[in-house]
Write a protein that binds this ligand. Sequence first.
Ligand code: NAD
Length: 259
Amino acid sequence: MLKGKTAIVTGSTSGIGLGIAKALAAEGANVVVNSFTDTAGDHAIAEDIAKAHDVTAKYVKADMSKEEECRALVEAAAEIGPVQILVNNAGIQHVAKVEEFPAEKWHQIIAINLSSAFFTIAAAVPGMREAGWGRIVNIASAHGLTASPYKSAYVSAKHGILGLTKTVALELAEAGVTCNAICPGYVHTPLVDGQIEDQMKVHGKDRETVIREVILERQPTKEFVKVSDVAAMTVFLCSDAAAQITGVPLSIDGGWTAM
Ligand code: NAD
């Protein structure tokens, strides 16, 4: 379905991003795998994807907290072919009371979880306009629609990305380019593992209790969302059937935002 199209997935050496990169490659897209670490393992991920799906896959190191590296990522990807699919997925979390929230963490989360998407979109849009076809998918969160205590920076960034999504969708509405956001509830990934540890400290409770009573407290199905669920939604948003879906937050949250 996506044969010959070039896709960037930011933050794709782990968790949701890795699942999305594999799913896009399975549909024939050439993919750029990204993180800020540049390890042999990172390059091996891209090599494995290329072999498994018979596509071009390349690892590009870029620290998404830095404007110039966000823009350079889009340029490096264009060496494979014009970027027509952009998935802004890189994200980090920090949990602390607002009055104790370190300013450095605030700036880092706003930079990685929000500003990076602005810079990659700005860099990729001219090529998408020229091609007359593009798909931008921003991985937001249920925390783009609702809040939880102790996550001031994350909730602010995720609410912000929904505003960016709607604005970009309107600007590109007649250009054949859609821009949407996916709002997952809790997906069991390394990021959530970190949150479980943090919440164990904040609440002074054991792992199982934190998962049941804190992490999945607001997820009515009491089940984690699967990485493959988010990847499948991303693939659908890249399909022709989704051409008229633009500017929306799509929830995959086990009923969280229905409450
Ligand atoms: P993860 O920690 O498993 O993966 C994060 C990825 O981002 C990694 O590849 C990491 O290398 C990369 N990354 C981190 N900082 C970076 C930087 N400065 N530059 C480039 N890459 C960087 O996390 P995940 O759970 O897969 O989360 C992915 C996205 O999904 C995030 O935006 C997160 O907010 C969102 N999300 C996650 C959940 C969940 O429950 N896991 C729920 C809703 C939304």
